[in-house]
Design a protein around this ligand. Structure first.
Ligand SMILES: [Zn+2]
Length: 289
């Protein structure tokens, strides 16, 4: 059933594991993620960016597809449908459409304006039983045309936003969306520890989970990270498997041009990626934890 992400993340923080957030782009991705989570008995967060929501036809389409698919697949694990890097209006639209969780990304506003808008959304979300993620310190790389510099968040600003009553917090700790450059210095555990010190038990979110070495992921979980966003790695896996299919000329054999055959290797590849990530995050078997 579609649930807010708060409970699963509080349990994750207490159990010292992290729940995976995987961005969906279409039906194949949604199905691959739901099937894998069910097979592994793991809670899962389906992320939808503003751009992906628009691509799929709109947020109502997304809600209809995810809910319908969960009924048909007889999904029993907890699933949160979560807006990723939402604008203020985007959050309102998703709340109206039936999402169970939203992220308001006010990191490009001044801290005062970020606090003000986040405060309003806390009230709206909690009246409706929807969980809310906020962000302090922009995450590096490019997301939907917005380029962040990979800042380290100010722990005092993190505390100010946590104190508004949000459910979980994305704080920049040197993480980057997309592929990491060769000269990337790694996560700032110093920042993470300082943020944790200020925000206490609030579950923390690590964006840009693609390409962070496993030992750094594990250390981040031990320091309070309870939700890890994975997007680029699935995109690379999907594209790689599809490329292989075409390069092998499979689309020219028999009815290999059938989209259900054409997209199958990519879907299988992202299932493998999700499984690998869930093993690393430690959330396998935690659906009923
Ligand atoms: Zn992100």
């Amino acid at each position: 059933m579609l649930v807010p992400a708060k409970d699963m993340l509080v349990k994750a923080r207490e159990g010292k594991y992290a729940v995976g957030h995987f961005n969906i782009n279409n039906l194949e991705w949604c199905k691959a993620f739901l099937e894998t989570a069910e097979e592994l008995n793991a809670p899962i967060i389906l992320g939808v960016s503003m751009g992906a929501g628009k691509y799929m036809g709109g947020f109502h389409t997304v809600v209809g597809m995810v809910k319908g698919m969960m009924t048909d697949l007889k999904t029993t694990v907890p699933v949160a449908l979560h807006l990723d890097h939402g604008t203020y209006d985007g959050c309102l639209q998703c709340i109206e459409a039936g999402f169970s969780s939203v992220m308001f990304d006010g990191s490009h506003y001044s801290i005062e304006e970020n606090l003000e808008k986040t405060r309003e959304l806390v009230k709206i979300c909690h009246e409706k039983g929807i969980s809310l993620e906020a962000e302090v310190g922009s995450i590096g790389g490019e997301e939907d045309g917005v380029i962040g510099m990979g800042e380290c968040a100010d722990p005092n600003e993190c505390k100010a936003i946590a104190d508004l009553g949000i459910d979980f917090l994305a704080a920049g700790i040197g993480n980057i969306h997309g592929k990491y450059p060769a000269n990337w210095p790694g996560l700032s555990f110093e920042t993470l520890a300082a943020v944790k010190e200020k925000v206490g038990e609030m579950p923390l979110v690590l964006h840009g989970g693609t390409g962070i070495p496993a030992d750094q992921i594990k250390k981040a979980i031990s320091l309070g990270i309870a939700k890890i966003n994975v997007n680029t790695e699935c995109q690379l896996a999907f594209a790689g498997a599809t490329r292989k299919y075409i390069e092998a000329g499979k689309d020219l054999e028999g009815k290999g041009y059938d989209p259900r055959k054409f997209l199958a290797p990519g879907a299988a590849a992202i299932k493998d990626t999700v499984k690998e990530k869930m093993e690393l995050f430690g959330c396998i078997g935690k659906a009923n934890a």
